[in-house]
Design a protein around this ligand. Sequence first.
Ligand code: ARG
Length: 458
Amino acid sequence: TSEKPWGGRFSEPTDAFVERFTASVGFDQRLYHHDITGSIAHATMLAEVGVLTTEECDRIIAGLNGVKEDIEAGRFEWSVSLEDVHMNIEARLTDRIGITGKKLHTGRSRNDQVATDIRLYLRDEIDVIAEELRRLQAGLLDLAEREADTIMPGFTHLQTAQPVTFGHHLLAWYEMLVRDAERLQDCRKRVNVMPLGAAALAGTTYPIDRSITARLLGFDRPSENSLDSVSDRDFAIEFCSFAALLMTHLSRFSEELVLWTSAQFDFIDLPDRFCTGSSIMPQKKNPDVPELVRGKSGRVTGHLMSLLMLMKSQPLAYNKDNQEDKEPLFDTVDTVKGCLKAYADMVPAIRAKAGNMRVAAKRGFSTATDLADYLVKKGMPFRDAHEVVGKAVAFGVAEERDLSDMTLEELKRFSDTIDEDVFDVLTLEGSVQARDHLGGTAPAQVRAAVARARKLLG
Ligand code: ARG
């Protein structure tokens, strides 16, 4: 007779390659903890509704706890011929407690079991990720506050546009993460629904009470439809979608950090502990952490694509295809946790080179818009002011001089409405301080935004 729990109707052993090809235990063993938690809740419910006796339930729970100890002590030998984490644990339970172990699977299928396991696993990981994301957000707020007065060039098209404060730039990153955190919590709501009780696909003939298992497992509610319950992986896709977008943001941050640490920008310093060197070029200090995070965003987006493709042609209900959901999901979780940790550790250590940022902000006529606004306030229509300042910039380009380095007489050649007070608006400080409204770059606004964000972050 076969050792397979499903061996009854088979007349020859599984082909050795097929056995390995179809097994998932190599990667789904990481679900052991949640599998056992789900089984304990299932057994408890079966006893409450009278399908198992209290003694049977107690033996099963004790046995499952023993199996968990074996796994955690490294005493558990995972067997490929037992295919997956579920059948491995069930077989070991029966080894330990005998025939009662064979009653655990009453009114249940691996189909609703695995769907439950993944949701329990993902719910826990979401809570870990949410905390790590918060840590990064808090670090960004501290850095933004520290750099509220630091002036850097703001860019569009990566060409100098207008001066901004470094704190303001960091708060732009922060806003992206606020949306990510919201998306994560929204996704969690749909993760936290319990498929257990759907059995293979149609439900079960036993008088199960799904509200009991849902409560024991901390789910918000049992799912509505048994066919949907065993086949739905939307929650995993939603999580990977959250992750892909978060990684897109971290990748954008990374791109800027890489640029800023270059000798050509030289805006920031990343401490040595986040960088590595070159085996041939003695001078090198490479921003490996941001580069790797930027690179890892690709695989996370790839995992989202994998899951979408995995699901798109599946008929109802469960199909073995679904076993392919785990590796992309697990790798997404691991990658996101790693990248968030790296960032949460690194961000507080970023050091702004304020002098270099300032010099860069002065190049490229970053206060040209301020001069145009100045002329408008003296009564000139904006389009005319734009033209006047354009001429002044062309002169500055030819002379290799900033607007603020021109004399009043020179400036007056472009418009005689220009007076001595123009030099107040042509300074970098004047430029950023003038943008003093909700969402603007003024240092006072950065401080106010940090205070509001801290309150919301809690
Ligand atoms: N290892 C399977 C998976 O990951 C568990 C469910 C298998 N169910 C089945 N009827 N073959 O999806």
